[in-house]
Ligand binder design. Sequence first.
Ligand SMILES: *[C@@H]1O[C@H](CO)[C@@H](O)[C@H](O)[C@H]1NC(C)=O
Ligand SMILES: CC(=O)N[C@H]1CO[C@H](CO)[C@@H](O)[C@@H]1O
Length: 284
Amino acid sequence: MGNSSRHSSISLAVILVFAVLLLNADLGSCGCFKRIFSFGDSITDTGNFAYISRNSPPSPLSVPPYGETYFHRPTGRASDGRLIIDFYAQALGLPLLPPSIPEEKTGKFPTGANFAVFGAIALNPTYFMSRYNFSLQRGCLDEQLASFKKVLARIAPGDAATKSLLSESLVVFGEIGGNDYNFWFFDHTHSRDTAKEYIPDVIARIGAGVQEVINLGAKTVLVPGNFPIGCVPVYLSGNKSYTSTDYDQYGCLKWFNAFSQMHNQLLKQEITKLKSQNPGVRII
Ligand SMILES: *[C@@H]1O[C@H](CO)[C@@H](O)[C@H](O)[C@H]1NC(C)=O
Ligand SMILES: CC(=O)N[C@H]1CO[C@H](CO)[C@@H](O)[C@@H]1O
């Protein structure tokens, strides 16, 4: 996801507590993973974007209040505290994941690395150009996977070594895809319904990415869905409505929550398909 406010960090905090509980229920704090590799966008980025943009005008992520509650300094996370991925690492007894890009060419990443980049999309930018004549200058999943493979080729060269290393790693695949819709929701160059047209393509891209890491040797892949974005402040303010029926009993925007559910339902179907195609691999 793109811009995040302190309020959205708070609502996300509630969601991530549930996510950690779910993860614990499924995997336990068993010391069963030696490392975590993760992909995604600002929900997961622990410093890649801030590093990439360090020489341009400083991004808001590099100044307070980002980082103020836990790290007591800005770390490049789009949050005042920890991100969901930090809680996963702590729940599994691992150090917090370093962002991959600052050490892309040298890092040994003994406990894993984080390839997520703020603002990243799942589909390639060329998709939006050819389909909607819309130029989107963003990082994408393909770039993160390419960077991952480069790192693997260095830290575990050869198919057998890569497979062995990944078999004892947890791969966290997302959240990714939210930004493929977000620019439509905030840009208003097209109707927001346009975003529904390409949900299946976003899901197919995520599914292909998950299959790619499984082919490399991953045995446990966690694939988070999208959030109830209709409850997130940036959507509530950016799409304020004066029609009371646009809101549910919690004051959330129904259209956006229904949209997230559509994405998540298709994602679950994709995961069911991936599970049947990859017996022996845990896809959560
Ligand atoms: C594509 O967009 C550009 C501006 O961004 C415009 O000049 C051009 O006419 C558009 N092409 C088509 C086929 O709509
Ligand atoms: C009330 C309001 O601003 N609604 C907007 C919500 O966003 C869509 C496009 O994403 C606009 O078409 C609406 O006007």
